[in-house]
Design a binder for this molecule. Structure first.
Ligand code: BDR
Ligand code: CA
Length: 318
């Protein structure tokens, strides 16, 4: 059984990711920690609890963490995720409660209590994870790997070169990347490549099972935000975003990674939050910043989108 913890800013695609982690039979989702990102911390917590209800999750510990990045101001993404962060679908409020401790304390507790090293999957600005690295570095040995959604080896989305999660809290991302824990970067290079066909979105939306139905409605929202429409004629594929990172954390064989030096741009306003990936061959690394400043991580550059689309659908509808 894979021991897993998600750190989320729920968020439409975080919701899809939660569904996968809750429903996959080989995953023990030990905890979910929340951070400000797509929406305010309060809204993220509310959304996370609502999604766990729809997923039919058992008693999974959820904690609230950082309400803003380490240095910068918070900046939410209502234009993508709706004013409530979950597509304004008027979903019912959950009666679940969060555990009365900070997310960093819950991360520490569950990492230490895990019978085998945990897979930590941050799908949001990495503020909580950076705080964990600084406050409790001794627990990091019990993290098998961090598979984070964020960054890009090519173009950005929040800015021309920076992806939203690393852009929202670049200092946190830099702290995590230099933590010494094995890291996989599931960035924009692969993020949009796992798509669900319209016929499946229609089928999911029409089901009476609450979790699958929510997935269908969220995918409809993803398609419409991009100006599309889900049609029986075959138009309107919906990408699963963050959920792809969870699929890859469970089943890494569909991901092609290259171990490359990466550093976060922190100072320059034009590139702030960019993950600067050094693709040069080993002999050239002494020029420029070099390996002293850049840390090597596994950067996902290729993905079997069809494999993870099937993995996603099979897990949601099992
Ligand atoms: C990331 O930003 C958020 O909008 C998504 O939830 C995802 O984690 C993509 O850049
Ligand atoms: Ca997210």
């Amino acid at each position: 059984m894979q021991q897993m913890i998600l750190d989320v800013d729920t968020g439409i695609d975080d919701a899809l990711a939660l569904m996968v982690a809750v429903r996959h039979p080989d995953v023990n989702l030990r905890a979910v920690t929340c951070v400000a990102g797509n929406a305010s911390l309060e809204q993220v917590v509310r959304n996370t609890l609502t999604v766990l209800d729809a997923a039919g999750a058992g008693d999974i510990a959820v904690a609230a963490g950082a309400s803003r990045p380490l240095l910068a101001d918070a900046s939410h993404a209502a234009h993508v995720h709706g004013s409530d962060g979950l597509g304004d679908l008027a979903l019912p409020l959950s009666t679940r409660a969060v555990v009365p401790m900070h997310a960093v304390e819950l991360l520490r507790r569950e990492i230490l209590a895990s019978p085998t090293p945990v897979t930590l999957v941050p799908l949001a600005p990495m503020t909580n994870i950076a705080l964990l690295v600084r406050m409790y570095p001794e627990v990091l040995v019990n993290i098998e790997r961090i598979v984070f959604m964020g960054g890009s080896a090519s173009v950005g989305n929040a800015t021309a070169v920076a992806e939203f999660n690393t852009w929202h809290d670049p200092e946190a991302a830099e702290i995590v990347l230099t933590s010494g824990v094995p890291i996989t970067m599931y960035g924009l290079d692969v993020f949009y490549a796992v798509t669900i066909p319209p016929e499946d979105i229609i089928r999911l939306t029409a089901t009476s099972e609450p979790g699958a139905q929510l997935v269908g409605r969220l995918l409809q929202h993803i398609v419409s935000v991009k100006g599309g429409e889900v049609r029986v004629s075959g138009e309107g594929h919906g990408d699963i975003g963050d959920a792809g990172a969870v699929c890859a954390a469970i089943d890494p064989d569909g991901l092609s990674t290259v171990n490359l030096p990466v550093r976060i741009s922190l100072g320059d306003p034009l590139t702030r939050g960019q993950t600067v990936v050094d693709h040069r061959t080993a002999g050239h690394e002494q020029h420029g910043a070099g390996d002293l400043l850049f840390r090597r991580i596994d950067v996902a550059l290729g993905i079997d989108g069809a494999r993870y689309a099937k993995f996603f659908l099979d897990t949601i509808t099992a």
